[in-house]
Unconditional design. Sequence first.
Length: 367
Amino acid sequence: MTVATAQNRSLLDLHLKCRSKCALMNSDFIIRKNSRKDASMDHLTIPKGYESALNLHETQVAIKVVKDFFQNLLAERLNLLRVSAPLFVDPTSGLNDNLNGVERPVSFDILEQQGREAEVVQSLAKWKRFALKKYGFSVGEGLYTDMSAIRRDEITDNIHSIYVDQWDWEKIIRREDRTMETLKSVVRSVYRVLRKTEKYMSIRYDYISEILPDDIFFVTTRELEEMFPDNTQAKGAVCILQIGDKLENGKPHDGRAPDYDDWSLNADILVYYPLLDIALELSSMGIRVDEKALADQLKKSGCEERASLPFQKAVLNGELPYTIGGGIGQSRICMFFLRKAHIGEVQCSLWPEAIAAECAANRIQLL
């Protein structure tokens, strides 16, 4: 077990339920609830006295500044080439991401192809691995792309939207590099890019101060369960490892589809966001399943029928390269570095009417 020093415990203010939809209520916050008992209002947090340092036009300029700097540095550090990616896929291909297994993908029929069904991607986790082989990438090389998705079942709040935009990246590794050391090395590289971006933004914009710690602290879900069995809040930057499998309490730390990440070799990067007093997940990544891990995880999940789908069959037959990859939220990155209170300030989406009205009344300008 990793021993948390006194210094590291200040970092372990991170919440086990970092994906939960509620922020803390304390003296620095007001949580607005509609008098008509609109359930969506329970998920809106408004920092007391909040006002964006940037107007709408300045925000658009700053979004481009953040995105350009971050993606260019990420591509350089991880040796990634930008490629085009699909907005929708054939549902029978097995390429779409099943996320937690309960979200409904958006689908439609294609008139010209006799009503053939297509699904809007929920992520490109599996497509990227397939593309690396198709496009002829070699070991040590990788790709990244802009991924846009619709999460129709998402419960929206300050950091969740039905529209998801992220950088999806993937690179080829050797089989012998499917190790925890490889995963941690890549996590540190991504975290260094985050810190460089924050430094750059603090130089460009006077109101932005550097808040990310020098180092990121690693902890497994089992260690986290042992240290904080009742869930806690934490501050700093933490990488939570080994997500998806069941813990000692019989429940998984968080949902993860069984057919892309190896649950023993994956990670989430979370940072403390003082404006909302929450743990904010910025990135999810992992070394992808090999033949054995996929077979084991399909069985554990009761999804063994997926083994007959084209993508999963290719993995089980050893036809695809071994890879590591992940997703980094574009809107979350912009929200964090621009110190925005709501993700709707950096992306265009649809929000409940009561939420939009409450945000407008409290100087939160949704795009």
